[in-house]
Design a protein around this ligand. Sequence first.
Ligand code: FAD
Length: 466
Amino acid sequence: MNAPETPIAHLRSTLEGIACLDAPGDLTRLSRDFYWFSPILKEQLDGKQAELVVQPATQEEVVRVVAACARAGIVVTPRGLGTGNYGQAVPLRGGVVLDLSRLKQVLWTRPGAVRAEAGARMSEVDIETRKIGWEQRMLPSTFRGSTIGGFYCGGGVGIGSNNYGMLKEPGNVLGVKALSMEAEPRMVEYRGRQAIDLHHAYGVNGIILEVEFALAPALPWIEFIVSFADFSDAAAFAQILGESDGIAKKGISAHQWPLPRSYRPLKDVLRDGEAVVMTLVAEHSEEAFRELAKAAGGAVIYTNDARAPGAKKITLQEFMWNHATLHALRAGEPVTYLQLGYPQGRNLELVRRLTEVFGDEITQHLEFIRVKGQMTCSGLPIVRFTDAARLRAVMRKLEEEGIYIADPHTWWVEDGGKKSINPRHVEIKADMDPAGLLNPGKLRAWEERIQGQSAAEQRKSIFWDS
Ligand code: FAD
């Protein structure tokens, strides 16, 4: 007698005409993201993988896959390009990885706005919007490959946040179209404030099919590196630049030595032992920018006019945000990282304090962003890694100092950036994914609602308790 057909084999037989992958190498490759950035997540997530990867090419195909999975009770983890760094796209309970990267049409552009299918790459969306004189308000440093849907569901800040704040600020996201995880899937359009309720939720409360973002006027950018003997001076210059509203710039980041030592492609440019500020300045602002840098005691050591003949292919944007972390990790030192938020008004004082308290255990990397109209910074420091207990102690100390931590060593939605349970997440999930099949194991409030645990227990972090 033949062995009974497994639910996954049966599912596959119903998906004729849609690309499906089940070779072991494909399952491993497409079940991973950059969770290995964290030694803690690496230990917990290595080996977790899907039983089938499905790659629909149209929205109709997505509907077919979702309907079939919902009917069979098979769990689904959506995926863009897998550049998330908290294991967001890692399937914790097998099932299907729904790779949406083939769903990539830019649907329309108009002055100030773009609408694209979720799998469109951020870089490709930018190419389209530039054709009408506009560009995206912010890009993750993974802009070359990461998808607009993945950025909306897994990211939320980037190069340009010095002008427009985080993605969740009102007016940046205009709308999204989401698909419910049901036997008869519904397409639901969320607009304005409601569209933020599904943002940074790792796809647990709907499969995003289309994203509509607001845009900024496109400008001709020149990249600069300004070098400083002292990191505090570099941070102070970055702050002043951020506050100089007449100078058009995009992305402002400050890097403490020895972090720049790991930036191999820039090794002939960087000065040994010095801190740097990297930024993109609009062509018409170059003169004012150079004057500001000189007055702050900085030396301009690098420029790259991306449009000029012979311009360098390398872009400083790939040394900003978590790309700096990537360079540091690739250098092979025993280090890890944190993600910090500095309160407006006290950020420079706390940046100085961090060096006093932690010495060379922490190497600072700051990204300057606008929060509620005020310039402050996010920190992505490189931390010498000994063990999880020491990392916890460092995090506690930082919190005592008044610094906010977006824990990058957890895959729970609530314990990372959000730090609180958003009741709307649970409400939307109950509506859009009533059987809890979407990316299960990531939304703590949902898991514990099912298990009937108390609200107090819901707030405990897996990382802090481990
Ligand atoms: P994925 O990693 O594939 O997915 C992210 C999450 O969204 C997963 O939970 C996935 O299940 C879900 N998802 C993806 N697509 C959909 C969909 N269509 N519907 C429902 N759920 C979906 N982030 C920033 O915000 N700013 C940065 O500057 C930044 N820099 C980074 C630098 C490096 C080196 C690395 C490794 C990461 C960085 N990130 C940054 C994180 C990450 O690159 C961004 O969040 C990125 O935009 C994710 O896009 P992706 O297509 O790779 O999504």
